[in-house]
Ligand binder design. Structure first.
Ligand code: PMT
Length: 417
């Protein structure tokens, strides 16, 4: 069953201007960058309040942040004066956005485990507003499995990551772990309008091709680059959703805030999608899943002994149709149709036969759009409607499709309420 109650509770459009930013600063060399960040945010018209951990105060004196923010800096969880004035609960209520920058490995570990032993970690637990985190640490610490697990856990809880970036580090090493530049963090928070039409919604997206092995060195695949699916993941994140991205083999950098499940074959993609579908509110099947796979995948490299050779193929399981058929907790199901002819006819046929809520149809095999192109156009169909989305960058196209999906969930809700 489609979870209307969840959708009803969370669909809303946020006020575009973020007014109150609560900046929580933990202890790393990048603290000095956060001082500049306060200045930039205020320049954009935001009110900024600052919380510092004890370690952060070892790097920069709170007076710096007080002068830049125009407000006293909060440092203690259990402070009688603070609790009278602006204790952790009032601070959490005041914030439109909680930004933790820099976020050290230790802070991320505490947040991911729900510890609340200082003002910053307690604020995180008390905050009901969107939370952004800008990690900063040594590259080896960033790559450590436990840090990556903590990051994935926070992302799956809806925390949005900004960075880190690659480059020279204060410790003399080079790699990922530099805190994003204040101007980029500021741009992410302020410049982009936050139209959170999918706030609180869990979206599962499949992207990219699958590879069906013939032998250890050869496989059958298609021209999908994953760009459309990855753009949808970015757009859904921007719309406030929690995103799980099931990806076939592609050479794209995954959206840092999505939970990524990498697969290779259609069978693996089937398994990954079906085991996650019931926990998500929306499923978007943007992957180009192989319709057939070899009956036999040879253990050894196939030799060219004969002039002709043939491969017997068998049909793969239809992921999209099986998600749409789920008897319980069925997500709102959006399919794609990639066609070289009769686009509208085949798309509408798939919409009906696979019992989908929506289908986004695109031409493939043409000069512009479709597979591996930076741009695309879509004809979107649903039971009582249709909309053409014009040729544009996949990034913007994805944003339009996500808005349309959010709109259709509302309509669906109205029609079935
Ligand atoms: O990745 P890009 O290079 O950016 O290209 C984007 C794209 C062209 C791949 C994308 O926009 C697109 O059209 N994706 C769907 C491609 C496809 O497989 O279309 P189809 O008409 O063959 O399949 C219809 C739907 O059934 C699709 O949602 C597909 O994911 C799904 N399907 C198909 C077979 C199968 N075994 N399981 C499925 O779920």
């Amino acid at each position: 069953m489609f979870r209307l109650a969840i959708i009803r509770a969370f669909i809303h459009i946020l006020d575009l201007a973020i007014k109150h930013i609560l900046l929580a600063v933990s202890g790393g060399i990048a603290v000095y960058k956060s001082a500049e960040l306060v200045r930039l945010l205020r320049k954009q018209g935001a009110q900024v309040r600052v919380v510092m951990t004890h370690a952060a105060m070892q790097f920069v004196n709170p007076l710096t942040f007080q002068a830049l923010s125009g407000h006293p800096v909060h440092t203690e969880l259990l402070d009688v004066d603070e609790e009278h004035a602006m204790g952790h609960i009032s601070l959490a209520r005041w914030a439109d956005v909680l930004l933790i920058a820099p976020a050290t490995a230790n802070t991320l570990a505490k947040l991911s485990h729900g510890l609340a032993d200082d003002l910053l970690s307690t604020l995180y637990l008390a905050a009901t507003c969107p939370v952004y985190v800008a990690p900063a640490m040594n590259q080896a610490m960033w790559h450590k499995l436990v840090t990556q697990e903590n990051i994935q856990k926070l992302i799956s809880h809806g925390v949005m990551m900004i960075g880190p970036e690659q480059g020279d580090q204060a410790c003399g090493e080079t790699g990922y772990g530099r805190m994003s530049e204040p101007v980029d963090i500021c741009r992410r928070l302020m410049a982009e309008p936050v139209i959170e039409c999918l706030s609180g919604i869990k979206v599962l997206i499949s992207a990219g091709p699958t590879r069906e092995p013939l032998d250890p060195v050869r496989y059958l695949t298609n021209r999908s680059s994953g760009k459309m699916g990855y753009a949808l993941a970015e757009a859904a994140l921007k719309a406030g959703a929690t995103v799980t991205l099931v990806s076939g083999p592609v050479s794209l950098v995954p959206p840092v805030n999505a939970a990524l499940i990498q697969v290779e074959t259609a069978a693996q993609m089937y398994q990954a999608v079906m085991s996650n579908a019931e926990q998500h509110d929306i499923y978007i099947g943007a992957a180009a899943v192989a319709d057939y796979s070899p009956v036999l995948s040879e253990q050894q490299k196939i030799k060219k002994h004969t002039e002709r050779s043939s491969v017997t193929l068998q049909k793969t399981k239809d992921i999209l149709a099986d998600v749409a058929k789920l008897p319980r907790n069925r997500p709102f199901t959006v399919g794609f149709a990639a066609e070289t002819d009769n686009l509208e006819y085949y798309a509408k046929d798939k919409l009906i036969k696979k019992k989908l809520d929506m289908i986004a149809a695109n031409w493939v095999g043409r000069d512009l759009g479709g597979f591996d192109s930076e741009q695309n156009a879509l004809q979107v169909f649903w039971e009582n409607g249709a909309k053409n989305l014009q040729m544009t960058d996949k990034k913007y196209l994805a944003e339009q499709l996500i808005s349309l999906i959010a709109e259709n969930i509302k309509n669906y809700e109205k029609n079935t309420a």
